[in-house]
Write a protein that binds this ligand. Structure first.
Ligand SMILES: [Zn+2]
Ligand SMILES: [Zn+2]
Length: 298
């Protein structure tokens, strides 16, 4: 039933859409991402050489990379955007917070852009249209203002109160994700520890998780194999799964977008599907969707 509602919505949007001119976002995206890029590429190495990072800073970096990465891949992507499984409300909120810590916009914005990517892959209405080249699909697209068509894709997500809640408190959630490692390291190593953890496990971690997600839209639409569907530019690049926690099997994902697995074979490196399956085994997730030749099944 839900599937038909979404499909109907997409059909309405398909009929209404016209390619729209993009405008650069001088106020929000360009300054914000310039600060994050400069801090990660210049300030973080400088601080490391001058003051050093503790084992705790590196541990927090690794833990938060995994938590926020899975917040995006399992939470924003497979749970919210594709409804690949259902889960306990507490688990859902945990994923919304973990995904929010990744600074990839609210789950509503992320999901609306992503559904649009699947609906209009490789066209002007695809927010990360790979036909516009590597840099545009990797990160160039975020420096442009959102197209008006976005509102039509946003509407279905507004029916979910927890998604609306997460969008309302998105900024405090992001800030808490940056300050949490600083607080933990600060308790052990004072101000120097707090600043080191903020830079490494806060800002640099955000930069790296962002770029891991960007690789799906760029590399996984440029390089790799197309064993499942050659009608669009999506590709399987297994090595991208190593940094994206399983999302590199992108050709399979475009062919079976509701499947809770991106790597369907047992040997595929897909920690995101392992986590979903583990949640299922302990009773916190249900109705896992699998792609089949004839369509989908739970
Ligand atoms: Zn794609
Ligand atoms: Zn997807």
């Amino acid at each position: 039933m839900k599937e038909s509602v979404v499909k109907e919505t997409n059909i309405e949007v398909r009929q209404a859409t016209q390619p729209q001119k993009r405008q650069l976002d001088y106020i929000k995206a360009i300054p914000l991402f310039s600060i994050i890029g400069f801090t990660t590429l210049v300030v973080v190495p400088w601080y490391g050489v001058t003051y050093g990072y503790s084992w705790l800073d590196w541990t927090l970096f690794g833990i938060l990379y995994l938590i926020t990465g899975l917040g995006i891949t399992v939470g924003y992507h497979r749970l919210i955007s594709h409804r690949s499984f259902e889960c306990h409300p507490a688990v859902r909120v945990a994923f919304l917070i973990a995904g929010g810590w990744a600074l990839e916009n609210s789950a509503i914005k992320w999901g609306a852009d992503h559904v649009r990517h699947h609906a209009f892959t490789d066209t002007d209405d695809d927010p990360y249209n790979a036909k516009r080249g590597f840099w545009y699909s990797h990160c160039g697209w975020i420096f442009y203002k959102t197209q008006p068509i976005y509102e039509k894709f946003r509407a279905p997500f507004l029916r979910d109160k927890w998604l609306v809640w997460q969008e309302r408190y998105y900024i405090p959630i992001v800030i808490s994700g940056l300050l949490l490692p600083a607080l933990v390291s600060g308790l052990f190593y004072g101000w120097q520890g707090a600043i080191g953890a903020f830079l490494l496990a806060g800002v640099a971690r955000v930069f790296l998780v962002l770029n891991s997600t960007f690789c799906i839209n760029s590399i996984c639409h440029l390089w790799g194999t197309q064993p499942y569907d050659a009608k669009n530019t999506s590709r399987d690049s297994w090595w991208i799964s190593l940094i994206t926690l399983g999302e590199g099997y992108h050709n399979y994902h475009h062919a079976f977008q509701r499947d809770y697995r991106n790597g369907p074979k047992w040997g595929n490196f897909d920690p995101s599907k392992w986590l979903i399956f583990m949640l299922y085994k302990i009773g916190l997730a249900d109705n896992l969707v699998r792609g089949t030749k004839g369509g989908i099944s739970s």
